[in-house]
Unconditional design. Structure first.
Ligand code: XBP
Ligand code: MG
Length: 257
């Protein structure tokens, strides 16, 4: 059996709860700045999350929820401009440090780093957003802890397509059997499993009811000492938090250490 060589982390929803309180308000700020009366409330945003990628999400909104809006002639440039403004607002929000990492995330990353485990970021979001989140939470220079940061438009087909995971594995010269992924959504799991990578899921309010068939473990968060993770879908483990020992056991299909 292959040995575990790398941890592959999704960002939004997995490292931090960025969607509701980061991306969503940043989209709304960009719309207001552009003089648009669009407001994405929490419920609508949950529906819009069906489509990954900010530019793709704006298009989906107009196609499915705001069909009377008259698209300008230079529609591509219009969407690009709105999205650039959204990224500006999002990175400002991150710099203000308002969004913490989810329970257990920092512990696992620090433990993996100390153990010399290879790590990568595999996300649909814009690269600048990854930098802003990592710097505001793990500190300046922390993105260098990740050998590869696969983000945004680096592959044309975003999650749930497996392309971003396949790209990352190629860059790291790894086979899918040598890595494990951390995801929070059905789209993310379809992407990682589609690339053949075993996947651990921690859910959030938006993704709790997604389809996680095929995932190795589904829990409410990673868990820390004093705050054990809770069961979402039955999958065997005697561990109560995702430390490296637990991750290695899941990787090896063992319920116990
Ligand atoms: C993340 C996303 C992204 C962000 C927006 O999905 O869906 O679209 O919401 O980011 P995942 P951008 O966690 O599966 O990677 O606006 O920068 O595209
Ligand atoms: Mg995610």
């Amino acid at each position: 059996m292959a040995t575990l060589q790398a941890l592959l982390f999704d960002v939004d929803g997995t490292l931090a709860d960025t969607e509701r309180d980061g991306h969503r308000p940043a989209f709304n700020m960009a719309f207001a700045e552009a003089g648009l009366d669009w407001v994405w409330d929490e419920a609508l945003y949950g529906q819009l999350l069906a489509v990954t990628g900010g530019k793709e999400r704006i298009r989906y909104y107009l196609d499915a929820f705001n069909t009377t809006f008259e698209k300008p002639d230079d529609f591509d440039a219009f969407v690009k401009g709105l999205h650039e403004a959204k990224t500006r607002f999002y990175t400002q929000l991150m710099a203000e440090g308002k969004i913490p990492l989810r329970p257990g995330v920092e512990n696992l990353i620090l433990e993996a780093r100390a153990a010399g485990m290879r790590m990568a970021i595999v996300t649909t979001t814009t690269p600048a957003n990854v930098t802003a989140l990592l710097e505001s939470t793990l500190g300046p220079g922390s993105e260098d802890w990740f050998e590869v940061i696969a983000a945004g438009d680096i592959v044309p087909a975003k999650k749930p397509a497996p392309d971003i995971y396949e790209w990352t594995l190629r860059e790291m010269k790894l086979s899918p059997e040598e890595a494990i992924a951390f995801e929070d959504s059905g789209n993310g799991v379809r992407s990682s499993l589609g690339a053949g990578v075993k996947t651990i899921v921690t859910v959030n309010g938006y993704t709790r009811d997604d389809d996680f068939s095929g995932a190795a473990l589904v829990r409410d968060h990673m868990g820390v000492s004093g705050l054990p993770f809770g069961l979402i879908a039955a999958s065997e483990t005697t561990h109560d938090r995702l430390d490296l020992k637990c991750v290695r056991a899941i990787f090896a299909n063992r319920a116990t250490a």
